[in-house]
Design a protein around this ligand. Structure first.
Ligand code: C5P
Length: 320
């Protein structure tokens, strides 16, 4: 019998993202608060004698709308393929794998879908090939694939990311389950361009940002969302809105729908609203679907507490 491994790859939101400075390597030093959410891609891994093959189904686009961005590539540039080759080389593996990706997370949308797929590939192939790499060993490989990839190796709902975003501090529980509406307009924003837009205008930023400590403290205070709403912050949001003003319109619509707060995730273009509970999120989503453009993807999501990406433990234990 051929064993096929099926794993889900959850998306993320950034509840907080502050750019501390520009680094000599061109990246930016960050302080960010990641939240894992239950909108997820699905990956399957099957053994094959040699070579890495990737097949994809894209279910992420809103039916009847054209893809704005580069679309989904199943080639060598897909982060899944890059992660697979990296692990294979690092471990001297000779066998191959047939990987299938079902894409549900909007592509290049600030939700970390590609990074999560890459992290899940490292976990899945570590198991399929029995390469027995620890989480911290996988984190080193993950950071070579992308700044957000290490976060997804941890089955953990909230983490602070530092450095490029790759150095993760997991927040111990108990922590609340949050409900959100996530809206993604069909526009493509280039992450390097959004960072460049931030650099260009940073001298005119006048607001004093909240500290990440305050945001984490508000998160710990559980169901009182007003405090957390005040702590939502993203240094990249003004640059994303300058590039794509509809992001500002979506944010305003979410706040009009009585969301406690609303923020662009990562470098955009997705915007999320902070809702009281599931039924509030359903009401907000309904209002946005009625009043917004039909091409916007609207998802109701909540914090993913763990267990979606199976196969990873914490610490330095064997990651299987
Ligand atoms: O690491 P990742 O490949 O996701 O980054 C994509 C791009 O985003 C980088 O090439 C860089 O331009 C920008 N970036 C940055 N600082 C970070 C993370 C990303 O400038 N901390």
């Amino acid at each position: 019998m051929t064993s096929v491994l099926r794993l889900q790859a959850p998306a993320k939101l950034n509840l907080y993202l502050r750019v501390i400075g520009r680094r000599p390597d061109g990246y930016h030093e960050l302080e960010t608060l990641f939240e894992r959410i239950d909108l997820a891609d699905l990956l399957t891994f099957a053994p094959q004698a040699s070579g890495i093959t990737l097949a994809c189904d894209d279910l992420s686009a809103v039916p009847g709308t054209a893809q704005a961005g580069p679309g989904l590539s199943c080639g060598e540039d897909n982060l899944v393929t890059r992660a697979a080759h990296l692990l294979r080389r690092a471990c001297g593996v000779t066998q191959g794998a047939a990987i299938h990706l079902t894409k549900r997370i909007p592509i290049a949308a600030g939700l970390g879908g590609g990074s999560s797929d890459a992290a899940t590939t490292l976990v899945g192939l570590n198991q399929l090939w029995n390469t027995r790499r620890s989480v911290s060993q996988l984190c080193e490989l993950a950071a070579q694939v992308g700044s957000d990839v290490p976060f997804f190796l941890h089955q953990h709902p909230f983490a602070i990311g530092r450095g490029r975003g790759e150095r993760c501090e997991l927040l111990p529980g108990p922590l609340p389950t949050l409900w959100h509406v996530v809206v993604t307009p069909p526009v493509h924003l280039s992450t390097p361009e959004i960072y460049a837009g931030f650099d260009e205008h940073k001298s005119v930023l006048t607001d004093v940002p909240p500290s990440i400590t305050m945001t984490v403290h508000a998160l710990r205070n559980g169901p009182a969302l007003a405090g957390l709403a005040k702590g939502l912050y993203n240094d990249l949001e003004p640059a994303a809105i300058r590039r794509c003003p509809v992001i500002g319109d979506i944010r305003a619509l979410l706040l009009e729908g009585a969301c406690q707060g609303a923020l662009t995730s990562g470098s955009g273009p997705s915007v999320f609203g902070l809702c009281q509970d599931r039924s509030h999120a359903e009401q907000v989503a309904h209002a946005i679907r009625r009043r917004g453009a039909s091409a916007w993807a609207v998802h109701i999501v909540r914090t993913e507490a763990g267990g979606v990406t199976s196969g990873v433990g914490e610490g330095d234990d064997d990651a299987r």
